[in-house]
Design a protein around this ligand. Structure first.
Ligand code: 5RP
Length: 224
């Protein structure tokens, strides 16, 4: 197995939304690598969160770290140029929400962002079969999307191993991201299964000392 340097991506779903800019600065100062930005539309998932204006507000507030926009929205295409303009670095979407997956991946790259597909726990990896050359990131949901604070679904470990094999065999430069129920006590096992980018919401933002959690996560990752 080969993997890229590990990235920790706190999910702002669990941040203090009344003081989002400051909370994001704090988590980055605590050692986070990427900000995970959950876009929920109350249609594809039963919750409603943030749009491009909030992404732009973070940029205007001085956030320079990569922003990883996870679209839990249907349809997706018209959001892509908006988020690219607002400062997104990664844009990922669910294949079930796209009419033309290949075209949507290309649209993301054409807008200057890294493109990715997101897989719900029961969504098969076969959606990747003809687009491995068009993805920069594969995101496996380890919970059903919509809410933070859920438990990691163990079957994700086998799915991560399959995705890692597909990436390694493809020879393409693709990140393997995981989202949902990632904690200090399971991050090593998740990394051993092949993930190299870890979204964590409640595990980080629900603790008073972000640096302590992120440091502990890195200590666990150093075992891999
Ligand atoms: O996409 C998400 C939910 O749909 C969140 O990013 C994810 O659940 C993170 O929260 P936690 O780490 O608390 O499980």
């Amino acid at each position: 197995m080969s993997h890229k340097p590990f990235l920790i991506a706190p999910s702002i779903l669990s941040a203090d939304l009344a003081r989002l800019g400051d909370d994001v600065k704090e988590v980055l100062n605590a050692g986070a690598d990427v900000i995970h930005f959950d876009v929920m539309d109350n249609h594809f998932v039963p919750n409603l969160t943030f749009g491009p204006a909030i992404c732009k507000a973070l940029r205007d507030y001085g956030i320079t770290a990569p922003i990883d926009v996870h679209l839990m929205a249907d349809p997706v295409d018209r959001l892509i140029p908006e988020f690219a303009k607002a400062g997104a670095d990664y844009i990922t979407f669910h294949p079930e929400a796209a009419v033309h997956i290949d075209r949507t991946l290309q649209l993301i790259r054409d807008n200057g962002c890294k493109a990715g597909l997101v897989f719900n726990p029961a969504t098969p990896l076969s959606y990747l079969d003809y687009v491995m050359d068009k993805v920069d990131v594969i995101l496996l949901m380890s919970v059903n999307p919509g809410f933070g604070g859920q438990s990691f679904i163990p079957a994700t470990l086998d799915k991560l191993k399959q995705a890692r094999k597909m990436i390694d065999e493809s020879g393409f430069d693709i990140r393997l991201e995981v989202d949902g129920g990632v904690k200090v006590n399971n991050i090593a096992e998740i990394a051993a299964a092949g993930a190299d980018m870890f979204v964590a919401g409640s595990a980080i933002f629900d603790q008073p000392d972000y640096k302590a959690v992120i440091d502990e996560m890195r200590q666990q990752l150093a075992k891999i």
